[in-house]
Design a protein around this ligand. Structure first.
Ligand SMILES: Nc1ccn([C@@H]2O[C@H](COP(=O)(O)OP(=O)(O)OP(=O)(O)O)[C@@H](O)[C@H]2O)c(=O)n1
Ligand SMILES: [Mg+2]
Length: 387
């Protein structure tokens, strides 16, 4: 039996990037031999094992046969006769199909090093067709390796897959997994551009696809999401910033998209809230203290101040990032203004105010609200309104 390092680890090493996790492929072994050597199987009927000490993944060299459309239709075939090349040929991209043996020698039957040098994403073989997730993976890699282009024949193949309905057959969780990862890369707009070019965006996020088609709008959305990435914001902020691109129409298209993609609650809540409150927040400098406190209440800002700050970050991206050639670090007044006001309002001792209401419990909410309005009135930048 012989083992090789394959996939992302070899690719990243050749690119001079830090290697996170290493995947291994094992040639010439049976599951029984792996177990006898102390490897632990991962799941059932899946020829992947964990090394007893390093816990790294070791997969038996395998070929795959597609049995049904979509993500679930796989059958794995492993046997000691399956060669390294058999295993590599069924991988997604040439740059991910390079293997390195223990002695350092590389096996690169499909020109992976050539494509790394030329900065091209190219599918290895027709096996690419068997797994529509690969369309999303490629798009995600484009967001990470922003100077790579997609080989024309690979783009053509992806179009064919999209036209055949392969993307529609993917389960929402799997789609979200890739989209969310792509949003966390350096240039998320590249993922969206690749998805649009092959037709997948129209299937996954038709709302966004339609807007992307209007040149100025598409360019703005791209800038906003890349700006959010440049600022290093967390996933919910990046997602909310992207969804703000759906425009003033606000809540319903965002809701519909989140529903369809089964977007996790934290991302969804932030996106919906940001779309709902964007006008108010952008007018923060002219809001009366009472309206400011009401805004905090509507956003549950007293209990979730971090989420409120994230919403501000998303709205800042939409405004600052939306401007062409926007330099980062340009001030956005509503942000510091509302954060200072929220700090002042949170400093109010709601417990003490409640106690001062005595037995008149029904008065508590209004009394707490009024005390907070009083505190906000003195916060920096708050409008001098007589409310
Ligand atoms: N749908 C998939 C998933 C994975 N692979 C192969 O399995 C390797 C490891 O997969 P994974 O860790 O998911 O991707 P990486 O390429 O390692 O990228 P990342 O840096 O995101 O881990 C890939 O390089 C590729 O050879 C594939 O061909 N098709
Ligand atoms: Mg990996």
């Amino acid at each position: 039996m012989k083992t090789y390092i394959v996939g992302g680890a070899v690719r990243d090493e050749l690119l001079g990037l830090p290697v996170k996790d290493r995947d291994h492929v094992v040639v010439g072994a049976t599951p029984e031999q792996m177990l006898a050597r102390g490897f632990r199987p991962v799941g059932k009927d899946f020829p992947v094992f964990l090394h007893p000490e390093t816990q790294e993944e070791y997969a038996l060299a395998r070929t795959e046969r597609k049995t049904a459309p979509g993500y679930r239709g796989f059958v794995f075939h492993t046997a000691p006769e399956v060669t390294l090349e058999d295993d590599l040929v069924r991988r997604d991209l040439t740059i991910n199909a390079i293997a390195r043996a223990d002695d350092g020698s590389l096996t690169d039957p499909f020109g992976g090093r050539r494509d790394l040098a030329a900065r091209v994403f190219r599918h290895v073989s027709d096996a690419f067709l068997e797994d529509p997730v690969r369309i999303l993976r490629l798009a995600r890699f484009a967001a990470r390796f922003a100077d790579f282009t997609v080989a024309p024949e690979t783009m053509a193949l992806m179009r064919k897959m999209v036209d055949a309905g392969e993307v529609d057959a993917l389960v929402a969780e799997r789609v979200w997994q890739e989209i969310s990862r792509g949003l966390m890369e350096d240039k998320p707009s590249r993922m969206l551009a690749v998805l649009r070019e092959c037709g997948a965006l129209a299937r996954i996020l038709p709302e966004l696809d339609a807007l992307w088609g209007q040149p100025a709008t598409g360019a703005r959305i791209a800038r906003v999401v890349d700006y959010a990435a440049k600022r290093g914001f967390a996933l919910p902020v990046r997602f909310a910033a992207l969804m703000l691109g759906l425009g003033q129409a606000g809540r319903s298209p965002v809701d519909a998209a989140c529903e369809r993609l089964k977007v996790p609650t934290d991302c969804r809540d932030l996106a919906v809230m940001a779309a709902r409150e964007q006008d108010k927040v952008n007018r923060a400098g002219s809001l009366a203290p009472d309206a400011v406190v009401t805004l905090f209440e509507c956003c549950d800002g007293f209990r979730k101040p971090e989420r409120f700050a994230q919403m501000l970050a998303a709205l800042e991206c939409a405004v600052r990032g939306g401007a062409p050639d926007a330099p980062t670090g340009q001030p956005w007044p509503p942000g510091p203004l509302l954060l200072a006001a929220l700090g002042a309002a949170r400093a109010v001792n709601a417990g003490a105010v409640a106690q001062s209401c005595g037995d008149d419990k029904a008065r508590i909410p209004a009394a707490v609200h009024a005390a907070r309005v009083g505190a906000v009135r003195h916060a920096p930048g708050i409008a001098d309104a007589a409310d």
